[in-house]
Design a protein around this ligand. Sequence first.
Ligand SMILES: [Zn+2]
Length: 63
Amino acid sequence: MNLDRFSQSYETPVIETVDDINNCGCGKQAEWLVYEDKQPHCSECFREATECGEMVEVQYLCA
Ligand SMILES: [Zn+2]
């Protein structure tokens, strides 16, 4: 039995924990990631954040 073959078949899965990123503070699914705060925001909270403060660099989360 060739164990080396099996050992090579193992690949370290690179899975980042993105549960917190996918959820807004209000509990809804986050669609926007605000880099300044590094906090996820849903569409509603994101609009409020941008209206209240300066426009910061954001990333749209394609879920
Ligand atoms: Zn929200």
